[in-house]
Ligand binder design. Structure first.
Ligand SMILES: Nc1nc2c(ncn2[C@@H]2O[C@H](COP(=O)(O)OP(=O)(O)OP(=O)(O)O)[C@@H](O)[C@H]2O)c(=O)[nH]1
Ligand SMILES: [Mg+2]
Length: 225
């Protein structure tokens, strides 16, 4: 089983400067970065550190997932967002879990021994939203996700290709979880402790994403097959 680590970035130089050396690159067989068109030195940083980088023609985190899928040589793709939120120490754990043969393994913030970072979410809007949309999938598709929203996950490439995802923005992992449940893919989760974002700026507006998640859910619900 070969794994490709895909780093997803849009202006994350602060976090990369602090965190890059902690990313266990060697745990994967290949590492590539997909960048949304950074202007803060992120692309140059990858170049300096020998990381093959694909710069997107069109921005969007969803599109970045697909670029990663299309360019990865591995059988499994591990999506990692180096903005400080995701714990690089979980990378080898996800790879170990994938060896059991599941289609998708997600790092869950909401299962026992997991924790979400709510330091920038004092009213817990995002926290509740993530739990709500996870519960919605479980209700309609009889799945057992505790965190269907976290993008920190490892996915079997052949299974991912079959999902024909077309979400262009941050709703990509939500769409992946819905379609995986619909197609009864084998999914598993490991606990993760989310950390604080390091520098940079959040690209996902909470209310806009809530709206897009709602529209996407309805679209997936009424979609045939
Ligand atoms: N390649 C690529 N990466 C993106 C794009 N938009 C966001 N990202 C990356 O996706 C990760 C998560 O994006 P954020 O917008 O920060 O979303 P978030 O993690 O929900 O927000 P925070 O909690 O504030 O970090 C970060 O590593 C971003 O740099 C994009 O258009 N292309
Ligand atoms: Mg983040």
């Amino acid at each position: 089983m070969k794994t490709t680590l895909v780093l997803l970035t849009l202006n994350e130089i602060d976090a990369l400067n602090k965190q890059f050396l902690k990313i266990p690159i060697k745990a994967a067989d290949e590492v590539i970065a997909v960048d949304g068109g950074s202007t803060d030195g992120t692309i140059e940083f990858f170049k300096k550190n020998g990381v093959t980088t694909i710069v997107q023609k069109e921005r969007g985190r969803g599109r970045a997932f697909i670029y990663g899928m299309d360019n990865a040589k591995g059988d499994y793709i591990l999506y990692f967002s180096p903005d400080g939120n995701e714990n690089p120490a979980d990378i080898p754990r996800l790879i170990e879990e994938a060896k059991k043969g599941h289609d998708i393994i997600t790092a869950s913030r909401f299962m026992a021994r997991g924790k979400s970072d709510d330091s920038d979410d004092p009213m817990l809007v995002r926290n509740m939203g993530n739990r709500f949309f996870t519960a919605l999938i479980n209700l309609f598709y009889r799945s057992k996700y505790t965190d269907a929203i976290n993008g920190f996950r490892i996915v079997k490439k052949s299974a991912l290709k079959n999902l024909n995802l077309d979400a262009t923005e941050h709703e990509i992992e939500f769409q992946m979880s819905i379609r995986a449940a619909k197609k009864k893919l084998t999914v598993a989760e490991i606990p993760t402790i989310e950390m604080e974002r390091i520098g940079g700026a959040r690209k996902a507006n909470t209310w806009r994403m809530g709206w897009r998640f709602s529209v996407f859910f309805l679209r997936e619900l009424f979609k045939k097959s």
